[in-house]
Design a protein around this ligand. Structure first.
Ligand code: NAD
Length: 305
């Protein structure tokens, strides 16, 4: 018995890295999987059908069910076609894992329009379009059945976005947007029985090997802390009924560590007795920031007690 017997799943960007590990785990737990991957370079340029097809072949060889999709999830039509393919091929959709991603790192003052647009499109729009069409499919199914659908979305954010990594303004803005989208869609879809969560993974893939190759290499005598199977396990746990009751949350996982991450929240407060002015804002400064470090925040804040 698998945790996804009889279920249908989509994983975007599943031809390589973390998405591949997610697709293999879903299939080994009984899901029929649509393996989506455009097959381009790390920058998003080019296309190749082999990465998606190879993962489909691996799943089939192990006795599972899978179909390849080469749709570009950064396009409205591509995202819509992907959801339709799952429904047409396997008769429905229960799990959507949004994972596809690219990088075009630059400091803000050197970034050009194409670098900004490509990264925002693949990550932010690429998460939204698939989620939007999956959500409308589930809403219809829920209406027809007069009952919640019991489906899940797992998004892929990043510590780079949540803590604001210098040199990645396009990527960080998209990944922070994905964390917000996770909360919004969790609220919107709760009524129809759809849970929406996100992971912030850390893993050894082609995206990170140039940056942290040695740091993430497997160490003798230890388990493989940076294998993509680590974040994949968290993502697929969030996709499964094993995580019932959890929605609108972001979990970091990688390097042998898992954390629940929480974002913007009020820290201090000052109140006005009249329209705010420069003088009254200035007078509130003490109440707002005294005792708080208000320089550039640290990249990774300590775990709260
Ligand atoms: N590896 C890490 O440490 C790390 C850290 C934080 C976040 N992430 C995120 O995890 C996700 C997976 O990254 P990875 O490290 O496995 O990288 P990867 O390059 O190994 O895999 C990403 C896959 O997405 C596919 N893809 C890119 N654009 C696409 C598009 N428009 N349509 C369909 N497929 C597309 C690529 O072809 C590739 O196979 C990304 O969203 C990435 O930003 C990774």
């Amino acid at each position: 018995m698998g945790h996804f017997d009889g279920k249908v799943a989509i994983v975007t960007g599943a031809g390589r890295g973390i998405g591949r590990a997610e697709a293999l785990l879903l299939a080994s737990e009984g899901a029929a999987v649509v393996v989506n991957d455009l097959g381009g370079e790390t920058t998003g340029e080019g296309a190749d059908s082999r990465p998606a097809q190879q993962v489909v072949d691996e799943i089939s060889a192990a006795g599972g069910r899978a179909a390849a999709s080469y749709d570009d999830i950064s396009s409205w039509d591509g995202g819509q076609a992907l959801i339709a393919q799952a429904v047409d091929t396997f008769g429905g959709l229960d799990v959507l894992v949004n994972n596809a991603g690219i990088l075009r790192d630059k400091m803000s003052f050197n970034m050009d329009e194409a670098e900004w647009d490509a990264v925002i499109n693949v990550h932010l729009k690429g998460h939204f379009v698939t989620s939007r069409f999956a959500a409308s499919y589930w809403r219809q199914r829920s209406k027809e059945a007069g009952a919640p659908v019991g489906a899940t979305i797992v998004n892929t954010s990043s510590e780079s976005g949540l803590y604001g990594n210098a040199g990645q303004v396009n990527y960080a803005a998209a990944k922070a947007g994905i964390a917000s989208m996770t909360i919004v869609m969790a609220r919107e879809l709760e009524r129809i029985g759809v849970r929406v969560n996100a992971i912030a993974p850390v893993a050894r893939t082609r995206l990170t090997e140039g940056l942290a190759g040695d740091l993430m290499a497997p160490k003798e005598g230890d388990f493989d802390r940076f294998a993509p199977e680590n974040p994949a396990a968290m993502a697929i746990w969030l996709a499964s009924p094993l995580s019932d009751g959890i929605t609108g949350q972001v979990f970091k996982v990688g390097g042998g560590q898992a954390q629940l991450l929480r974002g913007w929240r009020p820290v201090t407060e000052a109140t006005a007795s009249d329209v705010w002015t420069l003088a009254s804002v200035g007078a509130a400064r003490g109440a707002l920031v005294d005792g708080h470090d208000v320089g550039v925040p640290p990249f990774m804040p300590p775990v709260e007690g």
